[in-house]
Design a binder for this molecule. Structure first.
Ligand code: NDP
Length: 450
């Protein structure tokens, strides 16, 4: 893929980014998509170049990479690589998840950290952008092995984070179990019971509704899009990919709002249940038994399981919610979705849509919500968890859910009005990039050359 921009200054920065950060394709992809939006406002915001805001934003404030050695159940030493990229703290302490997946590398953590800057800005809350993780694969590991890894990971990470400096959270492969082991180790080393990680269990400072937040928030955002289109979730058919935290709770909220969710998937294949997914069964399989999604059809015998995860987008739907991983929805899938009459594609995952698929969807009149706006409910609720931890209080599910809904509606209004102001109505990609950027830019300029 070539990354060429019309504006000479931006093009130079893009090429410099590629030279300085070899073999980081996902990072280039995220930067390029962002730069295309910036290009549209450079004439009214010359400070973005003059004050080197864009050049500074592209360079993480701090990048930490470290060895994570641990002992498996056979007594053998295993070695993984850990990362924490503290990208930008202009508007608040660094915040962003920890991904545990064998595909993790520096480019993936950097794309996630880069997008997190603008996502966190859009929430209206005081959080800078960061991301971290490791190439450790929790799948197939015993509880003991996961604990050994998490403790070793935290033995290094603890010195780089703090409740007013950097508060990590979960992401792919990092759920309440992993957060619990990391939190325990942090407390043991520092002798401090601060809310250093979010996504904790309720018994030691977690927030009600954090588990549901990203998926619910995604549906609150889509609900605003539907309202603007003069319709609602009622009676719509929804296809969802993934069967993890985001996918399950997006399915739950879409169903509560009157839609029929017909698919879920994992990296092996997808299930199609024409009568609507049985979520109690999915939660039992995925959250309690930690099994594969294909187990669903052993109980719901009228549903179908098909090998190959991208097939999920061949199922006709009104709304598609990619909630698995980056670049999972490609141009062929986009063409099939459009041919089958999709009206909305909203990203639950981070950057699940490839650039050509994104162009095709938008040029075909599909309303498109970028993850940095539509999946911001998770990090927003993490910030609500931090607020509760600082106050030594806990709020009810209803209180947190109401705040989450309000935040997602505000994000939609901000993104929608920004897109309209710059003459690109309904282009939520541009709206999100620009609204997110301008707040960060203002803070960076006010704080001087740092
Ligand atoms: P989970 O680990 O809970 O679930 C991930 C799901 O995606 C699993 O079903 C997994 O299947 C599937 N998946 C992972 N890799 C691939 C792949 N290469 N191809 C196909 N499917 C794959 O993660 P989350 O639900 O927490 O995260 C999903 C996405 O949402 C990620 O992009 C994450 O960054 C983003 N996100 C998450 C937030 C949160 O609060 N959790 C907040 C904002 C964004 P398998 O089991 O086979 O690997």
């Amino acid at each position: 893929m070539t990354y060429t921009l019309k504006n000479a200054d931006l093009n130079e920065l893009m090429q410099k980014t590629i030279e300085k950060n070899p073999s980081q394709n996902e990072f280039y992809q995220a930067v390029y998509e962002f730069m295309l939006s910036v290009e549209a406002i450079l004439d009214i915001h010359p400070e973005l170049i003059d004050k080197k805001v864009i050049e500074r934003i592209l360079e993480p404030e701090r990048q930490v990479m470290f060895r994570v050695a641990w002992v498996d159940d056979k007594g053998e030493i295993q070695v993984n690589r850990g990362y924490r990229i503290q990208f930008n703290s202009a508007i608040g302490p660094y915040k962003g998840g920890l991904r545990l997946h064998p595909s993790v590398n520096l480019g993936i953590i950097k794309f996630l950290g880069f997008e997190q800057i603008f996502k966190n800005s859009l929430t209206g809350l005081a959080m800078g952008g960061a991301k971290g993780g490791s190439d450790f694969d929790p799948k197939g590991k015993s509880d003991n092995e996961v604990m050994a890894f998490c403790q070793s990971f935290m033995r290094e990470l603890y010195r780089h984070i703090g409740p007013d400096c950097d508060v990590p959270a979960g992401d792919i492969g990092t759920g309440a179990r992993e957060i619990g082991y990391m939190y325990g180790q942090y407390k043991k080393i520092t002798n401090e019971c601060t809310g250093i990680l979010t996504g904790k269990k309720l018994s030691f400072g977690g927030s009600l509704a954090r588990t549901e937040a990203t998926g619910y928030g995604l549906c609150y955002f889509v609900n605003c899009m539907l309202k603007k289109m003069g319709t609602s979730f009622e009676g719509k058919t929804v296809a969802i990919s993934g069967s993890g935290n985001v996918a399950i709770y997006a399915a739950e909220k879409a169903t509560q709002l009157g839609a029929k969710v017909v698919t879920l998937s994992d990296s092996n294949g997808y299930i199609y249940d024409e009568k609507g997914i049985n979520l109690d069964l999915v939660k039992k399989i995925k959250e309690v038994e930690r099994k594969r999604i294909k187990e669903y059809v052993a109980v719901e015998t009228s549903a179908k399981y098909t090998e190959g995860c991208s097939g999920v987008w061949t199922i006709p739907c009104d709304i598609a919610l990619p909630c698995a991983t980056q670049n999972e929805l490609n141009i062929d899938s986009a063409k099939t979705l459009v041919a089958n009459g999709v009206k909305i594609v909203a990203e639950g995952a981070n950057m699940p849509t490839t650039p050509d698929a994104l162009d095709f969807l938008m040029n075909s009149g599909v309303k498109f919500a970028p993850g940095k706006a539509s999946n911001a409910g998770g990090v927003a609720t993490s910030c609500l968890e931090m607020a509760q931890n600082s106050q030594r209080l806990s709020w009810t599910f209803e209180e947190v859910d109401a705040k989450l809904k309000g935040i997602m509606e505000n994000i939609f209004m901000n993104v929608d009005s920004t897109a309209t102001q710059i003459g690109h109505e309904d282009n939520y990609v541009m709206g999100a990039n620009i609204a997110g950027l301008l707040k960060v830019s203002d803070a960076m300029i006010a704080q001087g050359c740092i």
